[in-house]
Design a protein around this ligand. Sequence first.
Ligand code: ATP
Length: 365
Amino acid sequence: MSALEIRDIRKSYGSVETLKGIDIALQSGEFLVLLGSSGCGKSTLLNIIAGLAEATSGDVLVGGRSILGVHPKNRDIAMVFQSYALYPNLTVHRNIGFGLEMRGVPADERDRAVHEAAKLLQIETLLDRKPSQLSGGQRQRVAIGRALVRKPQVFLFDEPLSNLDAKLRLEMRTELKRLHQMLQTTIVYVTHDQIEAMTLATRIAVMRDGRIEQLGTPEEIYDQPATLYVAGFVGAPSMNMLQAVFTDGKLAIADTDVRIPVPARYRNSARDGARVVVGIRPEALRVATGAATDLSLPVEIEVVELTGPELVTTARIGPQRLTACLPPRTRLAKSQTCSFAFDETALRLFDPATGKAFPDQSSRV
Ligand SMILES: Nc1ncnc2c1ncn2[C@@H]1O[C@H](COP(=O)(O)OP(=O)(O)OP(=O)(O)O)[C@@H](O)[C@H]1O
């Protein structure tokens, strides 16, 4: 039985359909990240699970039981908001224990639960302070503590790190991962930050315009993007996408004389004359040393940027651009010509007409 099941959830505001049929089933202990750009419906879906918004149709089940008719307080779900939503005039101790206090949990039991959560979150020394005497990261820990003490079946997080500065965000990300590994709770987490999604999730649902574009493990989403949208959204710098045409069993890169072989696993998709988008991740490119081969692309270097761990290099192939993430000591200068080599397995082919990845036949061979 799924810990959380979302069945064909739809939501309309007036005549506008914001969620267009969402289906997800989560096993206990999964960390699902809802990833997508602003306005795609992530928060709406989270709010429906929490009971803060009503679905137009569909169902949500926790532990096999429908919860849509259940009051938010009784759903056995705890939500952590971006804004923390702490009570300013209560101490950290009372903020964390507030939900238990409201449910009439005796003071000594409450106290034990609060200390246990505070210890996990390393905020035991802050229990007598008020929220105004805390940093952003500490406030976020209190908000998480308040959710933890309720020991819910499902945790919901709505962009919990977006108010923190970059360094703290990284720290809290690691902290959340540690907590999840330790407690093995079921989590649904909303973000538009793809690094957060890649590092935290056991599965990612990439959302677009009220639909799930792809649902998969971080590795699947990164290595086998189902659509051009997912390929472009996940990864920074994003996947290179070269316009090309299937020509005599080759990929003819548009507006150049360059032809590269169609990888064997895509041969069944190659219809002579059809347009194709060739996807290749920047880190899959390297500067070719010997003579050019049919697994390399002749380029002219345009911009070279040293980020520290890598040299991010933008180059031109005909009128199109390619980005390569190269080792930092690579010697390259503007206007230099060279070849970027790659392995055949690094190529991903997409149909520009549908935006979908061509089927990869390697698994059927
Ligand atoms: N109460 C409402 N009335 C009308 N439209 C709404 C309401 N709430 C949300 N919407 C619309 O529904 C769409 C999805 O909103 P939602 O907040 O779920 O997106 P999101 O993916 O969480 O975006 P963000 O990352 O900006 O929070 C948006 O177009 C939004 O304008």
